[in-house]
Design a protein around this ligand. Structure first.
Ligand SMILES: O=P(O)(O)O[C@H]1O[C@H](CO)[C@@H](O)[C@H]1O
Ligand SMILES: [Mn+2]
Ligand SMILES: [Mn+2]
Length: 397
């Protein structure tokens, strides 16, 4: 069986490829992030590099408009469905690394309970504003001035199991905001509430029209309940480099080196730098801008332009992949910018697998994102019977 010295996995955050079989249960029947992005454009969305990686060969009811099935490069392609109870980034990434989140985590459609709000206010000595599901950019538009004037905290949630805290960087310094979020994380971990992530959302700007969130966003995730593929790699001496949100999502577990990023393009540059450093055998990168800047904002135009730009830069990554490297491009959930609401959408995710001299292969529909993690373990010769998934390594020839 062919084995690779290094595996590079790039998660295009929220770039789903059509409603999952259980989408109805999430109210997401008909959502199709990539499908709708491709058909939304009058001309054609220019995705030459993803096309070369085999995007047009992934089986779908309707082909992606403008994406050809033929390419010069050969690759193994398929799509994966999710078995986790939720459709958030944490569920998606943990499942990829072999630990699906089977029990639904708590969500707060009516805001957070008084006991929690009270604890936050007492600890921070600041007033909680908003306290309901809201779009984060709209929250700072509507409550930013009040936050600045009164020094409170804009606390909000979404359809996901998240508690987000926004504050102006000049009013609540970033370190203080992190301290408050860490307190919330500890409080939750010490309670019966099961909340996936506490997210610090600092912003800057003078007035509602130019308030802008900064790259100082920080996610404080729950600690994985069992060893993930990252921990197993770590325990077996396979060095892991996490780029972007990865470190936050796994609370640093199993990661040797973490790289903070400021944008998708920065993320791609960091991937190139990690490829230069022969030390890392598993490079795991998340490109979050698709999701946070465009998907949740329901900005299809912005999403499409971002995809085109990432596609262009992906060319540099692909040309740096050698015969001993395996590149995997995938996603963690959908976030169809043409769909109602502003939450993630339950979708299949693409699975594009490339190395030089690889034969074309159809990886079909994987029954869980964990097949990715199983393949990584298989490649590095690590056995684990906790992970219930099927490696596709033997299909890579
Ligand atoms: O509207 P913003 O602040 O981007 O929030 C979004 O970001 C969270 C994490 O992806 C989601 O749960 C959603 O609430
Ligand atoms: Mn995500
Ligand atoms: Mn999101």
């Amino acid at each position: 069986m062919r084995k690779f010295e290094r595996i590079i996995t790039i998660v295009l955050d929220s770039v789903g490829i059509g409603s999952a079989p259980d989408a109805t249960a999430f109210g997401d029947q008909g959502a199709d992030t990539l499908g709708h992005l491709c058909s939304y454009w009058e001309g054609e969305l220019a995705l030459p590099q993803l096309t070369e990686l085999g995007l047009g060969r992934i089986c779908r009811d309707e082909p992606l408009k403008g994406v050809k099935a033929r390419s010069k490069l050969s690759s193994a392609v398929g799509k994966m469905r999710e078995i986790s109870a939720g459709k958030d980034s944490m569920d998606g990434h943990w499942e990829m690394m072999g630990v699906p989140v089977k029990e639904p985590l708590d969500t707060f459609p009516n805001g957070f309970p008084y006991e929690l709000v009270d604890k936050i206010e007492k600890f921070s000595n600041r007033k909680v504003l908003l306290n309901q599901p809201y779009s984060g950019t709209q929250a700072i538009k509507d409550y930013g001035e009040k936050q600045i004037a009164e020094g409170g905290l804009i606390v909000y949630t979404s359809g996901d199991s998240v508690i987000q805290v926004a504050a102006h960087e000049a009013v609540v310094p970033v370190d203080e905001l992190y301290r408050i979020c860490r307190f919330i994380r500890f409080t939750l971990d010490d309670s019966s509430w099961n909340v996936g992530r506490v997210i610090a959302r600092p912003f800057v700007g003078q007035n509602p029209d130019d308030f802008e969130r900064t790259a100082n966003r920080h996610d404080f995730s729950m600690v994985p309940k069992q060893a993930t593929v990252l921990d197993l790699l770590n325990a077996n001496g396979v060095s892991v480099c996490g780029i972007g949100k990865i470190n936050d999502i796994f609370s640093g577990r199993g990661i040797d080196s973490q790289v903070h990023t400021t944008s998708n393009l920065d993320g791609l540059n960091q991937i190139l730098a990690a490829l230069d450093n022969q030390k890392y055998k598993f490079v795991f990168a998340n490109l979050v801008d698709f999701d946070s800047n465009y998907g949740h904002r329901r900005d299809a135009k912005g999403y499409g332009i971002e995809l085109e730009q990432v596609d262009q830069k992906l060319r540099d990554v692909v040309s740096n992949i050698s015969e001993t490297d395996l590149l995997i491009v995938t996603a963690d959930h959908g976030n169809d910018p043409t769909f109602r609401g502003n939450d993630h959408t339950r979708e299949y995710v693409p699975l594009l697998v490339y190395s030089t001299n690889l034969s074309n292969a159809d990886l079909g529909i994987r029954e869980t994102f964990s097949d990715l993690g199983a393949t990584i373990l298989d490649n590095f010769g690590i056995e684990d019977n906790l992970i219930n998934a099927t490696s596709f390594l033997n299909q890579l020839r």
